[in-house]
Design a binder for this molecule. Structure first.
Ligand code: AMP
Ligand code: ZN
Length: 113
């Protein structure tokens, strides 16, 4: 996608604070962190959201969650962490390229809203 912010970050056209990369995924620190540890994991292939995972291979989908697990492990988020993927306007998704937020380093609210 030519005009997609996260596609540009994946391609290095917009700078990012990279924490992990492999053939399928790219991960970088959120520019507006909501927790001491806040990283975004995105597939390198453009899809808009979880709603479009039908356009991905099982391997591409699995790579995202395997990266989440690896990054959290490397960051020693031993107390736990939260994984969020906002999907569409009701969820206030602001960047229409599938991404998984990893939030950690503090106790999360006990309810999701
Ligand atoms: P969402 O609202 O779930 O679509 O999440 C998009 C996230 O992207 C937000 O948490 C933003 O802070 C983050 N974000 C937007 N632009 C950038 C950027 N250039 N680098 C890193 N994170 C960004
Ligand atoms: Zn994109």
């Amino acid at each position: 996608m030519d005009n997609c912010l996260f596609c540009k970050i994946v391609k290095g056209e917009i700078p990012s604070d990279k924490v992990y990369e492999n053939d399928e995924v790219y991960a970088f620190r959120d520019i507006n962190p909501q927790a001491p540890f806040h990283v975004l994991v995105v597939p390198k292939k453009h899809v808009a959201s979880v709603a479009e995972t039908g356009l991905m291979t099982d391997g591409e989908i699995a790579a995202c969650l395997r990266a989440v697990s690896l990054i959290a492990s490397q960051a020693k988020l031993d107390g736990g962490y939260r994984v969020i993927s906002n999907c569409g306007p009701d969820a206030c998704q602001s960047v229409p390229h599938l991404h998984f937020h990893i939030l950690g380093g503090r106790k999360m609210a006990d309810r999701m809203a």
